[in-house]
Design a binder for this molecule. Structure first.
Ligand code: PLP
Length: 453
């Protein structure tokens, strides 16, 4: 067989690309990566890029953390693979569940493992359907989420995701309802205060529950800060306004901490940062610092007890993945939790967050930046055509993609999301690397705005 010559051509010949703008790939080629050094990735041509995306938010300890690699190697030597079915599981699985409950905001809890964040959300939905059915409410099945929320790509988690692109799959499935995104700057109405905006969203939730009937709603899922929706922190007081409503109607609140969990917002959990207590937590990505595909559902005490009782009643919970609780994934997660929480990584996020914000504040003075927003090590700059009216650029100009592509040319990876550019670097970033990031980003902004403004 004739092999095309370049890595880029070979990638394009044989790969089906996901979440990729194909015209850009055809025009610019694929960045084929061979390895990483700290927060940098290196491509087949030896070019280095500061990855201010942490891979996909997940490589929080960088791309060559020796301690994590050693933990993986040691576990491969000891016991390289197992499952968690039929009353058997690895010692690492036992230890990780203990650890996750210990570091969770819950006094007690139970953990179920998956291979991804999408599967963890799917699993949580199945747990809720199972629970409500077992408690005599089989009609309690609808799921509430928000527009712009991202919860994954499986048929159920994509139905939870509030993005119009899922219509190409004929999704969402029936019974998945999306509420207003709590982004005050973009969705606050003329003359509406932030407090009034939050009240309006709380009323929308009340009205939705009233209309649909609380006994038809299985649960409400929310990211503390929306990540893939464009880094959208909640409007002030949002969770405090909606949680009592959910509680009053016996609708479990699930905090999807796939991005926010383990340090991204500066604390262990996003719900800690935004001061609310969910009924369960979804974790993935940072859980293994990106070194192993793994997700986890962590049930808080009340759900844990109710679900366990429901399982005892029928003697078995018919759900699980071959690699649920994989010993290597668990060993890596145990090490990753230790590295992030005890080796100064979360501390670095807390220490450098003010400097991060200062840098963005400065860039946001530019006439075509409408807003900067974020917390910890997750931030976005939103481009606008007109700052005063917040009018976006014509979508055909692909402004954020152009900024991100120019950054790539300069050796910086950042992510275009809508009209925003997202920065979510590894937690090991130094002050010097942060300066490099802002330097390159500013050059890219100036170049692109000169072209389109
Ligand atoms: N939930 C959130 C908040 C996410 O950001 C993501 C992925 O970006 C997911 C769920 C899905 O995780 P995965 O891509 O591992 O399926």
């Amino acid at each position: 067989m004739n092999q095309p010559q370049s890595w880029e051509a070979r990638a394009e010949e044989y790969s089906l690309y996901g979440f990729t703008d194909m015209p850009s790939v055809h025009q610019r080629g694929t960045v084929v990566v061979t390895h990483g050094e700290g927060p940098y990735i290196v491509d087949v041509h030896g070019r280095r890029y500061l990855d201010a995306n942490s891979g996909l938010w997940n490589m929080v300890a960088g791309f060559d953390h020796k301690g994590l690699i050693e933990a993986a190697k040691a576990q491969y030597d000891r016991f390289p693979g197992y499952h968690a079915f039929f009353g058997r599981m690895s010692d690492q699985t036992v230890m990780l569940s203990e650890k996750l409950v210990e570091v969770s905001p819950f006094a007690h809890g139970r953990v179920f493992y998956t291979n991804s964040g999408s599967e963890a959300n799917d699993t949580m939905v199945k747990i809720l359907w199972f629970l409500h059915g077992a408690e005599g409410k089989p009609q309690k099945r609808k799921i509430l989420t928000r527009w712009n929320g991202y919860h994954g790509v499986t048929a159920v988690s994509a139905s939870m995701t509030g993005k119009p692109y899922n219509s190409v799959f004929g999704l969402p499935l029936p019974g998945f309802l999306h509420l207003t995104c709590p982004h005050y700057w973009r969705f606050g109405e003329e003359g509406e205060t932030e407090e009034q905006f939050v009240k309006r969203l709380a009323k929308e939730l009340e009205d939705t529950i009233e209309r649909e009937g609380a006994d038809t709603i299985a649960g409400f899922f929310a990211e503390p800060v929306m990540g893939a929706g464009g880094v959208i922190p909640p409007a002030k007081g949002y969770f405090q306004a909606i949680l009592p409503i959910l509680k009053k109607h016996d609708i479990p609140m699930i905090s999807d901490e796939v991005i926010c969990g383990f340090g991204r917002t500066g604390n262990t959990w996003g719900c800690e940062t935004y001061d609310y207590m969910p009924d369960a937590i979804i974790s993935s990505k940072n859980l293994t610092a990106g070194l192993f595909p793994m997700g986890a559902v962590i049930l808080g005490p009340e759900l844990a007890n109710r679900v366990q009782n429901a399982i005892e009643a029928i003697e078995e919970f018919p759900h699980g993945f071959t690699a649920s609780g994989h010993p290597v994934g668990c060993a890596i997660a145990l090490k990753a939790i230790d590295v992030v929480m005890n080796e100064g990584l979360a501390e670095n996020v807390r220490n450098l967050a003010p400097r991060f914000e200062e840098g963005l504040q400065r860039l946001a003075q530019k006439p075509n930046i409408g807003e900067y927003r974020g917390i910890g090590f997750m931030w976005a700059l939103e481009a606008v055509k007109d700052k005063a009216t917040k009018t976006p650029f014509d979508g055909n100009l692909s402004v954020s993609e152009r900024i991100a592509n120019t950054c790539t040319d300069l050796g910086l990876i950042c992510r275009p999301l809508g009209q925003s550019v997202v920065l979510c670097p590894p937690f090991i970033l130094t002050e010097g690397q942060m300066d490099e990031m802002f330097d390159k980003l500013e050059k890219a902004l100036d170049k692109v705005f000169a072209e389109v403004a």
